[in-house]
Structures are given as C-alpha cells and as structure tokens.
Write a new protein. Structure first.
Length: 188
C-alpha cells in the first residue's frame, strides 16, 4: 500500500511594497535630486552669490577698513609704519568661469597696517592684550603658528571681516590685516 504524502500548503506570498526595479529607480531619483541641489549650491558659491549695489560694496569696504583701524587702536601705542592702510589685491575673488553679467564685477577688500614694537616682548604683550580684548568681545580667537619666531592670532568680526595680527609672510614684520569677504556688485 502506497501512501501519498499529505498536500503541503504554501503560505500566501507577502505583498511587496516595491519591486527591486522600482526601489532602484526611487533611490536613483533621490540621489539625482540631491546631486542637483548640491550642484546648484556649488554654482551659487562659484558664481559669488547675490549681486549688490555699488553703495553696498562701498559700505563693505568701509566696514573692513574700520575693523582694521579698530584693531590698530586696540594696540596703541604701537606706531604705524605707514600713515595709511595698504590695499592688497585678492587673487581668489575673480570670475574665472564667466558667471558675472555685463555691469557686474567682484572685489574683496583687504587692507594691511604695518606696526612696530620696541622688541619681541612688546609684540607678545600686545598680542596677548588683543587676544584678551577679542575674547572679551565674545569672538573666537585662533592662534596662528609662529613665523620667524613670532606667533599670531586671528578672529572674525560681526561683519565677516577676518582680522589678524601676525608677522607678514614676506617681511616677517608684524602687520594687522583686515580681510573682507568677496562681493559681487554693480559697478558704476
């Protein structure tokens, strides 16, 4: 006598939310949207952001100069080597890719003031006092690695101006540097 095995019941198939192909397509679409968003943000930063008026740029330059002068005043009585700030050129604030329209330019105000100290100790004292003053104003102060045996410090003010007191890269003499941000503006 032969026995036939009892029929086995197959459990019903679980419904799938997505097929493998649909899941892959969904993931690819999400990645594409993220990539497009990233590319748009990158282009905006390469492009230089919003185009401002000439008056706004002049105010930006004025604020950058004032931040440097305030830093110099905080160092008094250190005498200036030159009677006025020296304007520096910016090699990073240029339109390499042709994003700027006709009538639009960009510039970055950078100014330096040469300062003299009687000796190394005078410089270090002024540096420590300036660092304490900046911290008292609630600013984050970064130490700059020593150059020619002299350390430096930097901070950023409320207007985005980066301020430094450190030895100049080429002369090794102490300088105050006020570096504003790169700005696109309509030129008159």
């Amino acid at each position: 006598m032969q026995t036939t095995p009892a029929p086995t019941s197959t459990p019903p198939a679980k419904p799938r939310l997505f097929t493998r192909g649909q899941l892959t397509a969904t993931v690819m679409a999400v990645l594409l949207v993220a990539l497009l968003g990233f590319a748009a943000k990158a282009c905006e930063s390469v492009e230089g952001g919003q185009v401002r008026s000439t008056a706004e740029f002049r105010e930006h330059v004025k604020a950058t100069q004032q931040a440097g002068e305030d830093t110099y005043t905080a160092l008094a009585p250190a005498p200036l080597q030159e009677p006025y700030a020296h304007k520096e050129g910016s090699t990073s604030c240029v339109d390499d890719f042709g994003f700027d329209d006709t009538g639009v330019t960009r510039d970055q105000p950078i100014y330096t003031w040469g300062v003299e100290f009687d000796d190394r100790d005078g410089y270090l004292t002024a540096l420590a006092n300036l660092k304490a003053d900046w911290k008292e104003q609630g600013r984050t102060v970064k130490d700059i690695a020593p150059q020619a045996g002299l350390p430096g410090i930097s901070t950023t003010d409320a207007h985005g101006t980066e301020l430094t007191l450190a030895p100049d890269y080429y002369t090794n003499k102490p300088v105050i540097c006020a570096e504003g941000t790169c700005m696109r503006y309509h030129y008159a």
